[in-house]
Design a protein around this ligand. Structure first.
Ligand code: SF4
Ligand code: SF4
Length: 121
């Protein structure tokens, strides 16, 4: 699969995951009484201390994060977890996964790999 197709696949998987997250809202991110952003299960939610976390949430596009559910969220949302697991294996197969890794970083890494393979032939 070439880079353009991989980019398209990335966007497609991200779009589906985003719609499912919006619908099922498994993490229920909200502000606690101290104004801290937290999720439904943990004070130290997934995004804490991430370089991409801005005042209004994630500032990048990260498929790996979009498809991630912790054990508690996965247990409560078993159907969603199953779908995400399938989507994750597609993403992994095409090297589009990675937690806390922007789409730009993923595509740059793939582009480098393609160029290296080309120059080796
Ligand atoms: S995956 Fe789990 S820990 Fe991460 S934000 Fe969602 S509920 Fe919180
Ligand atoms: S890259 Fe992942 S961990 Fe970082 S802010 Fe975005 S969703 Fe959260």
């Amino acid at each position: 699969m070439n880079l353009i197709s991989k980019s398209f696949l990335y966007n497609f998987l991200y779009f589906i995951a985003n719609q499912l997250i919006k619908y099922y809202n498994p993490c229920q991110i909200h502000k606690d009484i101290d104004g801290e952003t937290v999720c439904v299960y943990y004070l130290k939610w997934c995004c804490r201390d991430c370089k991409f976390l801005g005042p209004n949430g994630c500032t990048t596009k990260c498929l790996g994060c979009k498809l991630h559910l912790c054990t508690k969220a996965a247990n409560v949302n078993a159907g969603l977890y199953k779908v995400f697991s399938k989507m994750k294996s597609i993403a992994r197969k095409h090297e589009l996964d990675g937690i806390r890794r922007s789409k730009k970083e993923v595509m740059n890494r793939l582009s480098l790999k393609y160029n290296e393979a080309k120059s080796a032939t």
